[in-house]
Design a protein around this ligand. Structure first.
Ligand code: HEM
Length: 318
């Protein structure tokens, strides 16, 4: 669609122009923030912003994300990696860790498998035939509901206080008056909205930096400047993150009004800063620890950006 038309629709939702999502997405994801309007949208969005917005990022989330990236990237030396696959894993597991901490690895893995079915279902045609992606997506959504209900019950009965989105959702309940169904929908919304967006942008950033050596050199300088003043185990602070101007490229993204990467109007992405931060922290660990050669990087850009055979890179220590 023409970017100007896009912008017009996004800016005018409050005045009665209501953008819609595909059938499969609506049916699998349920009544989430993207599907509600007016006062309900304000309430659900308010709750989401308190979880994934910039204040939570600065005060609670940033060090956890840095820790995650370091451990995620720690053993890539000498390996050939599919960046498409790795970016998807990164985007999903970092988000899940922020939603529920301290669950065993087996929980993360089984949740990942269900989430993959949900994701595939939402981008498939809505044919409710056993075996179809859409059908499997609906089934996975039912199972996720059961798992999350059990998790909620476990948390409500526990005397331990956790520092994660689930805990905040339970505590925020009274602020935003979310019922159990809405809490589950918020969790799915967080996992879903930050998935393809963050993973594709990360993969594209790695490809872009490979294809533009001057940009790679500039980004390396920026990150080594930050790293050289720290002990190796010291996590990135908010001020240091804010110094990643070249990496965050925020001004560039915002100043072009044709660039709608994060949307606009009443639905502008509430996870914008969190998304930029995840990618920046990934790149911080990546460019300061490794160099890489592209082995295969054929891309299709329509209707979504994908590397049909994967984006394979050979990684070595920097
Ligand atoms: C590079 C990363 C990201 C990009 C490019 C991106 C892009 C967008 C865009 C374009 C929209 C607006 C859609 C519309 O106008 O209807 C949006 C909405 C949204 N995004 Fe993001 N996003 C990113 C990361 C994230 C993350 C990490 C989260 C959550 C943790 C998130 C949560 C949301 C939510 C909940 C909405 C719906 C807001 C509403 O309807 O009020 N996004 N995002």
């Amino acid at each position: 669609m023409d970017p100007e038309v896009n912008r017009y629709i996004l800016m005018n939702e409050a005045k009665g122009l209501v953008p819609g999502y595909p059938e499969s997405m609506k049916n699998i994801l349920g009544i989430n923030v993207a599907e509600v309007h007016g006062a309900v949208h304000k309430r659900i969005r308010g709750s989401l912003l308190s979880l994934v917005g910039p204040v939570a990022l600065r005060d609670q989330v940033l060090p956890k994300m840095d820790k995650f990236m370091r451990s995620f990237l720690h053993n890539w030396d000498g390996k050939t990696i599919d960046m498409q696959q790795k970016s998807m894993e990164m985007a999903f597991f970092v988000a899940l860790e922020l939603v529920v901490e301290n669950e065993p690895r087996s929980f993360h893995q089984s949740f990942d498998a269900l989430f993959q079915n949900i994701y595939k279902g939402t981008i498939s045609l809505p044919f409710k035939i056993p075996g179809s992606n859409y059908y499997q997506g609906l089934k996975a959504r039912e199972k996720v509901d059961v798992i999350l209900k059990m998790l909620l019950a476990k948390r409500k009965a526990s005397s331990v206080t956790y520092d994660d989105n689930l805990q905040q959702l339970l505590e925020n309940d009274s602020n935003y008056k979310l019922d159990e169904e809405e809490v589950i929908e918020q969790i799915i919304t967080i996992l879903y909205s930050g998935y393809e967006t963050v993973s594709t942008t990360t993969m594209m950033a790695v490809k872009y930096l490979h294809d533009h050596p001057k940009a790679l050199q500039a980004i390396r300088e920026e990150h080594f400047n930050i790293k050289q003043n720290k002990r190796p185990e010291e996590l990135i602070s908010w001020d240091e993150y804010k110094k990643m101007n070249f990496t965050r490229a925020e001004k560039g993204l915002e100043s072009h009004n044709y660039n709608m990467l994060f949307g606009a109007g009443t639905r502008i992405c509430p996870g914008k800063e969190q998304g930029i931060c995840k990618i920046s922290l990934f790149l911080h660990s990546f460019v300061t620890n490794y160099r890489w050669e592209v082995v295969e990087d054929k891309l299709l850009t329509f209707p979504r950006v994908i590397a049909p055979n994967g984006l394979h890179i050979k990684v070595t220590k920097y």
